[in-house]
Structure formats: C-alpha cells, structure tokens
Design a protein around this ligand. Structure first.
Ligand code: MSP
Length: 543
C-alpha cells in the first residue's frame, strides 16, 4: 500500500501520485499557416490543441514554449496576391496583421513566438541550412517531370490523384482540392530523401511514439517501407520567384515546404544564436493536421538528420473538421470564421467545445446546436453555476471567510478520492495527447461536486446552528474542489478559471499552482477571504 501522505487539517491524506516532472522544458509547435486567406475554425482548432498541451505542461511547472506563425512563400500565396492586384509582400503583411495575429487573441493563444517565413531571421537561416546540406553532398541538380498541386504545394504521384467530378469530370484531380494538378518539367535541385529510408524506419522503431496516433504511425511506416524518391527542393525563377533564394544559384527559389518546415528551428535561432535551439530542441510535440503528416513525419526528420540535428520527439497528426463529410476549407467555401463563434460564446467555450467534443486524432464536425447544448449543460450549468453557488454560500454562511473542515465523513472522502483520481488521470491522458479524455477525467470532478452539493444540502444544514461544523466541512470541501478544478481546467478555459481562482484565493496567482498541487487535497488555506464572482458562463439569449 502507498504509505506516502501527510496530515492535512488533522486528517491523513494520500500524497499526489503525480511524479515531479524531470524535463525542465517543453516545446510545442503548430503548422505555419498559408496566408492566401483568413483563418477558419480548422486552423483555430490546431492552434487551440497545441496551446492546451503547452499550457498543461506550463501548469506542471515546466518552462513551456509554443511556436506558431505563417507560411508566406510559394505559388499559392503569390497567385492570390496577383489575383488581388497586390504585391505579395503587401498581401501577406496585410493578412498577417489583419487576420492571423488577431486570431491568437480571438482564441486566447499564449504563444512565445510567431514566425513569418518572410522575416530576414528565417530566410538567412534557411540559406545556412541549405548550404550545409549542399556542402555535405545531400543536394544535387536533376530534372523533375510530373504533377504539382498548387493548393497543396505538393508534387503528386499519379497514385495520389482521383477521378474529377462535375466540371472536372474525365480528368484526374487532387484528392484534397478536387481540382486538376499542373504538369511540371523543370531542372531543379533535389534533396537525397531516398537515402533516409533506413534511418527513418529505424527512427520509428527507436521512438515508437514519434508519430501519433498509432493509426497515423502505421500509415507512415508503410509509406516509407515502399521506398522514397528524392525530393525536388527548388523551383526555377523563370516560373515564379516568391521564395528564399537558393544560396549557390540565385536563379532558383527554395521549394515552399522545405523553407516552411525549417521555421521550427529558425525561430529558435538556427545558424545564428542557438541558445534557444539548445534549450528547446528537439520539440516535444509538433501538432499538425493529418493532411500534412507525411511532410512532418518523413521529409522533416530526414532533413534534420541530414543536418545532424535530432528529430522531434513526437509529431501528432490530428483529424479534420468536416463539413458535409469533407475537410472544411475556404477554397470550398465551407470555412467558418472563429470570431463567428467567439463573438457569441467567448474564447473559453470555443476552446472547450473543440477539445471536448472531438477525440483528438479523429475527424469531427461542428454544429451550432451541439456547441450551444454543451455550453448550456456543461459550461454554464455544470461548471459555472457550481462556482457561483459555492462562492455565494461561503459568503452567505461565513461572511466570505473559508471555514475550517471538521472530521471528514464518507462522502467527503469519496469526493477527495475522485478529485485526486481526476488530476492523475487527466495528467496521464495529456501525456498521451488524449486531450478529450483528459477533459472527461476532469469532468468527473465537476459532476461529483455538483452531486456532493445536491446530496449534502448545505442550505438545509445551515438551518441547524449545532451543525455549523458540518456546514464548514461541506463548504471547505466544495471550495477545495473548485481550487482543484480551476487549476486543472485553466489550460482549457483560461479566462473562467483565472476569474474563479482569483475569487477563492485572491492573494495567490493561479500560474504558480501546479498540476501536482491540484492533485494534493487541502491547499486552500482556512480563513481565506473570498471575493465576489461574476458569472463564468453567462446566459446566451437565443435568436
Ligand atoms: N503551410 C502549410 C503548413 C506548413 S508547416 C511547416 C499548410 N498550411 S494550411 O494553412 O493549409 O494548413 C495548416 C493546418 O491547418 C493543417 O495542417 C491543419 O492543422 C489545419 N487545418 C486546416 N484545415 C483544417 C480542417 N478543416 N480541420 C482541421 N484542421 C485544419 O498546410
């Protein structure tokens, strides 16, 4: 039996089983987004997931760093700029400042850096990386003949294409964009990707969690097992010039994906001041949509190995937000702008809904009905009201001073056990990238606390002066449950949890409370003066 624990308020309580984290740092990244259009909720979904994972690790006490940014080169962006009669740089500046940076505010992302691939710091570092690979014999000149999808910015094998429909009937089209591909016939520079088949297969074996979820891992392994072609990593400036110059041949620009993937290390100072790189690299998790998993799980680690850098610890390929069974996308006019949701429900509800309603790793869909139902039942009634009720009872019966608990009875002990299990299970689930499971575990405590209050009926106990001690115990336990919930949920619903925590422990900062503190019962000091709490999830008037 686990004997570790301590006496808290005169009761022996099991110590938190959450191990103290050995890794001091945590580095997570999102893909960098094409600036051919404004963000939709699919992009925001990726951002929120990476942010939740990073915030969780920060709450564990780690020095957690989140990188996001924009992918600004390539034909797709250039063509859009031209179609809008603007210069590519003006186009990207306007879209980044007007849409992509504001997105971070809209959905409450706490990122430590935002990289744009048109920044000099990035372009210089890309050239250093290319030169190194060229000098070390990993790059050679060759010719490319084949298909290219500008929507994907990807060379496509014939096997990647599908039969077109409607206006494209009779033609082969890109499976993602449903549009015909273009035929290229160019002299380009090639990266010797084919030489990395064995090292990659060894990597997948040595780091079994390198690609997650497992279904995605199997797909990547079978793809690499079939053999790899060398990769064209430049485009002739005769075709277009919106990219990073190839350092030894200025008649070519770098292939947009080769440029873009490097953002994960150029943002940390690769080739210049590598303090951050040494501190945070290799990344702990690189969150990407499943559409771009191969770039991240095959090409990217091969590039890193060629340069003598370690591959990331994990690439997590999440599912798509679907509309009518297809990937939501602006080009198919199915994109929903994130602020359409946050203007009505707020950023916390946005974050909660997508992390809770969709198993991280699987596809999912969005519906206003589902969002609205979960907002009302889970956030407003389940969590928000719980906070308000407890704070107002402490005010009403104890003049806002947190009472001391007396002897814990069976229901109190059960609540404590559920709180401790919720923290432990959520922590384990987050470690597996199972964000939805982590939230379900935390919700066992929301449900139990609501149930505890309903059964204990503090409003009845309050009528009997001889039961004052029992009332104190019930409200102490309820408030302590709120402290634990606010810490566990702050990575997911930061605004509400900060408000709640500031109300029940005004002179403490929630950022100093770790997940291990949440798993340890009895943290809230007796006598703490509560402050009033505004509604965490206000009622939304239905139109
Ligand atoms: N620029 C490349 C990534 C380069 S990373 C070195 C790119 N950009 S993108 O803007 O097209 O998409 C980026 C990511 O947005 C996708 O990988 C995915 O994470 C997210 N999503 C875009 N549409 C999405 C959905 N409909 N559903 C879920 N995520 C989606 O690819």
């Amino acid at each position: 039996m686990d004997q570790s624990g301590s006496f808290i308020n005169g009761h022996w309580l099991r110590k938190s089983k959450i191990a103290h984290v050995s890794e001091k740092t945590f580095y997570a990244t999102t893909p960098i987004f094409y600036v051919n259009d404004a963000p939709h909720i699919g992009h925001a979904y990726t951002e929120v997931a990476a942010d939740v994972l990073t915030r969780w690790h920060r709450q564990r006490g780690q020095d957690a760093y989140l990188l996001t940014g924009t992918d600004e080169h390539g034909e797709k962006v250039l063509r859009t700029a031209i179609a809008n009669q603007t210069d590519a740089q003006d186009w990207t500046d306007n879209l980044v400042n007007g849409s992509w940076l504001p997105l971070l505010e809209t959905i409450d992302i706490n990122n430590q850096d935002f990289i744009r691939t048109t920044e000099p710091r990035h372009k210089k570092a890309v050239q250093k990386f290319l030169q190194k690979l060229y000098d070390d014999g990993f790059i050679y000149q060759g010719s490319y003949q084949g298909n290219y999808c500008v929507g994907c910015e990807e060379y496509k094998a014939d096997a990647d294409l599908v039969a077109g429909e409607a206006e494209y009937a009779g033609q082969q089209v890109c499976a993602i964009h449903s549009k015909p591909v273009e035929t290229l016939n160019e002299t380009n520079y090639f990266f010797k990707l084919s030489e990395f088949q064995r090292p990659l297969l060894e990597l997948y074996k040595a780091q079994p969690e390198f690609v997650q979820p497992d279904s995605a891992k199997n797909e990547v392994i079978s793809f690499v097992s079939r053999g790899l072609d060398d990769l064209s990593i430049s485009r002739s400036k005769e075709k277009f010039d919106w990219g990073v110059d190839i350092p030894w041949d200025e008649s070519h620009v770098t292939y947009v994906w080769f440029d873009a993937l490097l953002n994960y290390v150029t943002a940390l100072g690769y080739g210049e001041d590598e303090k951050l790189l040494n501190k945070y690299w290799p990344a702990d998790v690189q969150v990407v949509g499943k559409d771009i998993l191969r770039f991240h799980a095959v090409i990217w680690p091969a590039m890193l190995m060629a340069a003598g850098l370690k591959p990331p610890k994990q690439v997590f390929g999440h599912g798509w937000l679907l509309v009518g069974g297809e990937k939501m996308s602006k080009s198919k006019l199915t994109g929903i702008a994130p602020e359409q949701i946050t203007d009505v429900f707020g950023s916390d509800a946005f974050r909660y809904f997508f992390m809770r309603a969709i198993s991280f790793g699987s596809d999912g869909s969005f519906s206003w009905e589902d969002l609205s139902a979960r907002y009302q039942a889970e956030l407003a009634n389940g969590f928000g009201n719980l906070g308000s009720r407890v704070v107002s009872m402490v005010d009403k019966y104890f003049d806002s001073n947190l009472p001391a608990p007396a002897e814990y009875q069976e229901p109190d002990k059960q609540l404590i056990a559920i709180a401790q299990a919720a923290a432990l299970n959520a922590d384990r689930a987050m470690d597996r990238g199972a964000i939805h499971e982590a939230i379900s575990s935390i919700w066992t405590l929301v449900d139990e606390l609501n149930n505890y209050i309903t059964v204990q009926q503090p409003w009845k106990v309050a009528k009997d002066e001889s039961q004052k001690e029992r009332l104190g115990t019930i409200l102490y336990c309820s408030a302590e449950g709120l402290r634990i919930l606010s810490i566990l949920l702050v990575p997911i619903t930061p605004k509400a949890c900060k408000k709640l925590f500031a109300s029940i422990w005004p002179d403490k900062d929630i950022s100093e409370q770790t997940i291990a503190d949440a798993a340890q019962w009895g943290g809230l000091p007796v006598g703490t003066k509560f402050e009033s709490l505004e509604s965490l999830f206000p009622r939304i008037e239905q139109e």
